[in-house]
Design a protein around this ligand. Structure first.
Ligand code: GCV
Length: 707
């Protein structure tokens, strides 16, 4: 007979809406009883919006997980209370927390502590800190961890932990693969969809405290009163969850909205315009976070139009928001097709000389790598390159270059690889993580942004495993030193089941998936060989009028070699890194093989570490990528009995797409590069079953995320 839980799984399907906040019933009977005892009596004064949110979350979660409705009181009675309060309110808290640790947790951190097997306390210095503490407590229960001796003192290591939504006002989402924008501008401000609250809950549960709700390719209309009313409604809905709203500022807004003759940051009229506009925004949203700006990049206006620097542009906006406590996140993604310089060097060349010239409330937002969210890039040399400037990380959660929302690619390993890279900026151990959390240079303003993969799809992210990337981003923004394994472990247990026989193989599948994607798309340091425009599928043959948007600019394949020479004998991009990193990358023998063709131009018969020629190695890696997707399929198929039918089938279908597309990538890239190498595809690997002409003839119209 099938165990009851299996029958249950097949009868009750899940659509993925509940994310990692499913609050499944606790299965371990001993733990269940202990938990029930501990939370029967909850001391919580729910007299502010954040504490009301905490109370509601507890009520929902404890009923679902433990089957009980706890009593909420304002006094500690006897033993076994769960006390959720600010430090000074109760003796049980005062006597069991120290001044130093209260200082360590700051304004957003918390302490979770079991006291002598009796009471359990959740302490923070703010109501949002208490809410974060409640979410963490519930996560511990969801993962069925024992409470005794639990002692968590935790605080975020970065200040601004923010999602960037590239959402347009017509509800399309640039590079969005999960439906339309969540923000229903047409019905706002009157209709507040419950989904806005669930969005805020999910973010708060991992400590995300900001959301930039509009596309960086900005529309000035968002700054008009009609839209500010709507933004205010969203800000009001998010506020209890500690989630601040930010807007993208179009640099030419004074000209577009009020016919000013210029947007020159040195022009007094322009400065006054922004000052007034900011005052107006704060009249709607008193805790408005500030602006996110893309300037002088891909057609966006900026200070270059007036021969001003990026710092002059940023500082003008910074001065406008400073009196209200706002900040400006100024993107370093600045490059120009007319510049003869290697595209990957341009941002550093532009920003490095400006080090120390930005206001204190400006934070320069730098993409993880120097190009554009490729499956693999070396870290951006601005990390460790600007000691006197606030810098924040920009990761992409949406998988623009990693198979959209149909490929299972767990991004925590990509994030971790970047964060753990040693820049050597101040000697050994100067990891990228330390350049963004203020620990290396003592920056006061720190942060991490993630380009959102969220949309109106019922399961939020299109791919059920895309949720893991949202989760991972939040966890790493809170603590950039966490490991991918730990993050995957937490997410799987809360999103699916705690059963070890499921968690173990799924964790392996997730942890391997990024390398798998690199192999079937861009092995050995290849980059930007995706189809033009929408970036879906392979396009190593892409040529065009704008060289920096073609594939041939990046791989430079010819009859004798392939790769971009960025060594000291080439574009010298390696010169933007500190020693010994520069030297490591400079020499093709010491350069990590995963970056070989990023930094070097290498003959087809070059021997790589395995002893294979470069050509054979490329073929084997492409093939390995395909085989590994097939292994993912086998793994998933073997786990049918642990997953509800709906999610099981959906993931199964998506893995089918991923397998087909991995084959497409492998075959088309090998056939295309073979026209240069003139070498045979090794017999040991599956041979392409279609011609290069067939692959080059594929045209995909109306792809999501590209408008
Ligand atoms: C929002 C890449 C994407 C663009 C995106 C840009 C950016 O070029 O393809 O869609 O624009 O990055 O990060 O600004």
């Amino acid at each position: 007979m099938l165990p009851l839980v299996f029958i249950f799984l097949h009868v009750f399907s899940e659509d993925g809406y509940r994310l990692w906040l499913r609050y499944a019933p606790v299965e371990n009977a001993v733990l269940l009883q202990k938990y029930q005892n501990q939370v029967k009596n909850i001391v919580l004064k729910a007299d502010t919006p954040s504490l009301k949110a905490a109370k509601t979350e507890l009520e929902t979660a404890l009923l679902k997980m433990l089957g009980i409705r706890p009593v909420f009181t304002e006094t500690v009675e006897g033993r076994n209370n769960l006390v959720i309060e600010l430090p000074d309110d109760f003796d049980v808290i005062k006597n069991n927390t120290g001044a130093q640790e209260l200082q360590v947790i700051g304004n957003e951190g918390f302490i979770l502590r079991q006291i002598k097997n009796e009471n359990f306390i959740i302490v923070a210095n703010s109501h949002v800190g208490l809410l974060y503490g409640v979410f963490r407590f519930l996560q511990i229960l969801q993962q069925e961890q024992p409470l005794p001796e639990l002692n968590v003192v935790d605080a975020p290591k970065t200040q601004v932990r923010i999602l960037n939504h590239w959402d347009n006002l017509d509800r399309t989402v640039e590079r969005g693969y999960a439906g339309f924008s969540l923000w229903d501008w047409f019905r706002l401000p009157d209709v507040i969809h419950p989904r806005y609250i669930d969005y805020a809950r999910a973010n708060a549960s991992v400590g995300i405290n900001g959301t930039a709700i509009t596309n960086v390719n900005a529309n000035a209309q968002i700054l008009t009163p009609v839209y500010l009313e709507k933004v205010k409604a969203l800000a009001d809905a998010f506020r209890p969850y500690g989630l601040k709203v930010y807007l993208t500022a179009r640099f030419s807004a004074p000209m577009e909205l009020d016919n000013l003759p210029t947007a020159d940051p040195h022009d007094k009229q322009v400065q006054d315009w922004w000052n007034r506009k900011v005052e107006e925004i704060y009249s709607y949203i008193p805790d408005f976070g500030g602006f996110l700006v893309k300037a002088d990049s891909e057609g966006q206006p900026g200070p270059h139009n007036y021969n001003r620097t990026q710092a002059e542009g940023a500082n003008m906006l910074a001065d406008a928001v400073a009196p209200f406590g706002g900040i400006v996140m100024w993107r370093a993604f600045v490059y120009d097709q007319h510049m003869p310089e290697d595209r990957t060097k341009q941002a550093y060349n532009e920003f490095k000389p400006l080090d120390g010239k930005f206001r204190d409330n400006v934070i320069v937002q730098v993409k993880n790598g120097p190009l554009d969210f490729q499956p693999r890039e070396p870290f951006h040399p601005l990390f460790g390159g600007m000691e006197k400037t606030n810098l924040m990380m920009e990761f992409q959660i949406t998988q623009e270059y990693l198979g959209f929302s149909t490929h299972l690619v767990f991004l925590a390993p990509l994030y971790e690889e970047c964060l753990q890279f040693d820049t050597h900026a101040k000697g050994k151990g100067s990891t990228v993580a330390k350049t963004i959390d203020g620990s290396l240079y003592g920056q006061k303003l720190t942060g991490m942004a993630g380009v959102s993969n969220i949309g109106t799809d019922r399961n939020w992210t299109g791919h059920p495993f895309g949720q893991a990337n949202w989760y991972a981003f939040g966890r790493l923004a809170w603590n950039p030193y966490l490991g991918s394994r730990e993050i995957a472990n937490e997410w799987i247990k809360m999103t699916f089941t705690k059963n070890h026989d499921f968690v173990r193989p799924v964790k392996k599948m997730m942890l391997d998936s990024r390398e798998t994607c690199v192999n079937y798309m861009t092995p050995l340091g290849l980059h930007h060989i995706m189809a033009a425009g929408h970036h879906h599928g392979p396009g190593p043959w892409v040529e065009g009028r704008r060289p920096d948007w073609t594939a041939i600019y990046y791989h430079r394949a010819s009859a004798d070699s392939i790769g971009f020479n960025r060594s000291s004998s080439g574009s010298n991009a390696i010169g933007q890194y500190h020693q010994p990193v520069a030297e490591l990358f400079d020499n093709s023998k010491s350069c990590p093989e995963e970056f070989l063709l990023w930094f070097h131009r290498v003959p087809w018969d070059y021997r790589v570490k395995s002893g294979n020629t470069l050509w054979d190695e490329m073929a084997y890696r492409y093939n390995q990528g395909v085989n590994d997707v097939r292994t993912m399929q086998q793994t998933w198929n073997s786990l049918k009995d642990f997953v509800d039918n709906e999610r099981f089938r959906y993931v199964e279908s998506l893995l089918g797409i991923q397998e087909k597309e991995a084959v497409w990538w492998r075959n088309s890239c090998l056939l295309y590069f073979q026209t240069f190498s003139n070498m045979p595809i090794p017999d040991a690997i599956e041979q392409p079953d279609k011609t290069l002409e067939y692959y080059m003839g594929i045209r995909e119209l109306y792809m999501p995320g590209h408008h």
